[in-house]
Design a protein around this ligand. Structure first.
Ligand code: GLA
Length: 387
């Protein structure tokens, strides 16, 4: 469904469920060119928002209750705004978490009615959850706080929601990308200083394509948090705040004192930090071959050292390499989801056809392929009537 069609459906459903209309907000899923599992290690990331969004029609209802309908899950949930009112439905906990995190920071949230839907594929590593969080954080800032909460705080509200209400100790990348995304631009974020820079990304001869294996990942209680713990253990052993401040020489010196697993995790992170910087230089020089080479190296590290890939994604990576794709790697948290591929325009159609056919032959289902369109992040789509 296109975003415009989705908006019409959401507005229609809002009128049916609650009567009248509210204000419509959206926020985006994201890609990440390079810099994976570096955010919670104080390193660099290179994301951009995409043209797939979560969109919500929202209106204050004058009560102390939130009433929300999820069109995709076809579920209606009501909850209050106190800590003990947490809903059990996992999708509603994201929205509840946003409300609570705003209130905890001294902001205002009152009761509201909402209908939302999305076209960010779930579990594909495109951060549908950050899109949901950012959409509501942006909306509640506008509706109840006169937009006084700054954009970084909105991203942190989303991140704290993941930590405190959804069981994922994620970094800041996804929420940052979803809130700050800008059409045609990737962003390099230094996750230690939170300085960022927009990088126009409009290569003439190349394009980005996502191949979603449709193998689902689940990050809660998960290996994701374990990866983070490994990194924190090594940082502590090295006496640095995060692995951003560690070098391979330093890591090698403590190799005998840490587990083989922790060593591999830290090695990947330290190497990835340098790869992001190399990619920035290469992009500035218009050298997409080097960008691609670094992407393959990242895949190798994520698969062999960080161990967040899976058979299907390794297969997609091998296929890409075989076909002369410039760069390819698993994207996002891992354990399923999609690969991001940088390829010459001329290879696009053949690549899509071949990957679809071969993957289906091997795994019995077709992957989903998306051409990346780098778009805006959180925004007001339509202002509702003034009360
Ligand atoms: C998930 C997390 C992010 C980041 C990536 C891996 O998307 O939410 O914070 O750690 O994984 O780069």
């Amino acid at each position: 469904m296109t975003t415009d069609q989705m908006q019409k459906e959401i507005e229609k459903t809002f009128a049916e469920k609650f009567g009248g209309e509210g204000s419509v907000y959206a926020s985006a899923g994201r890609i990440n060119l390079i810099g994976e599992h570096t955010d919670y290690n104080g390193g660099f990331v290179f994301p951009g928002a995409i043209d797939k969004v979560i969109m919500a029609d929202i209106r204050p209802n004058g009560t102390d209750k939130v009433r929300v309908y999820s069109m995709d899950i076809k579920e209606y949930v009501e909850f209050g705004l106190n800590e003990e009112d947490a809903p059990k439905e996992s999708w509603a906990r994201y929205i509840f978490g946003i409300c609570r995190e705003i209130i905890k920071r001294g902001g205002t949230v009152k009761g509201f009615d909402a209908v939302f839907a999305g076209n960010v594929p779930l579990g594909a590593g495109l951060s549908s959850s950050a899109a949901l969080e950012s959409c509501f954080a942006f909306a509640l800032n506008d509706l109840f706080n006169g937009n006084k909460i700054d954009k970084f705080e909105l991203a942190k509200i989303g991140q704290s929601t993941e930590h405190n209400y959804c069981g994922v100790n994620c970094g800041i990348m996804d929420q940052f990308a979803s809130v700050f995304g800008k059409e045609g631009n990737l962003m390099r974020l230094d996750c230690r200083s939170l300085e960022y820079e927009y990088f126009p990304f409009k290569p003439e001869d190349y394009r980005l394509v996502l191949v979603d294996s449709r193998v689902k990942h689940e990050l809660a209680d998960s290996p994701y948090n374990k990866r983070r713990e490994s990194c924190e253990r090594v940082a502590k052993r090295l006496g640095v705040e995060t692995l951003r401040d560690a070098t391979m020489d330093e890591l090698n010196k403590v190799k005998g004192d840490i587990s083989a697993e922790d060593y591999m995790r830290a090695k990947y992170v330290i190497e990835e930090k340098d790869r992001v910087l190399a990619v920035c230089d290469a992009l500035n020089a218009g050298d997409y071959e080097t960008v691609g080479k670094k992407m393959y190296e990242t895949h190798e590290g994520l698969s062999k050292d960080y161990e967040v890939s899976c058979e299907e994604l390794d297969y997609l990576n091998d296929l890409a390499k075989e076909m002369g794709v410039t760069g390819s790697r698993i994207m996002g948290g891992g354990f399923g989801g999609c690969t991001i591929n940088l390829l010459p325009n001329g290879l696009h159609d053949r690549f899509v056809e071949t990957v679809t056919e071969k993957f289906k032959d091997k795994y019995g289902h077709e992957p989903k392929v998306y051409d990346v369109v780098i778009s805006d992040g959180a925004r007001l789509v339509k202002e509702g009537p003034k009360a």
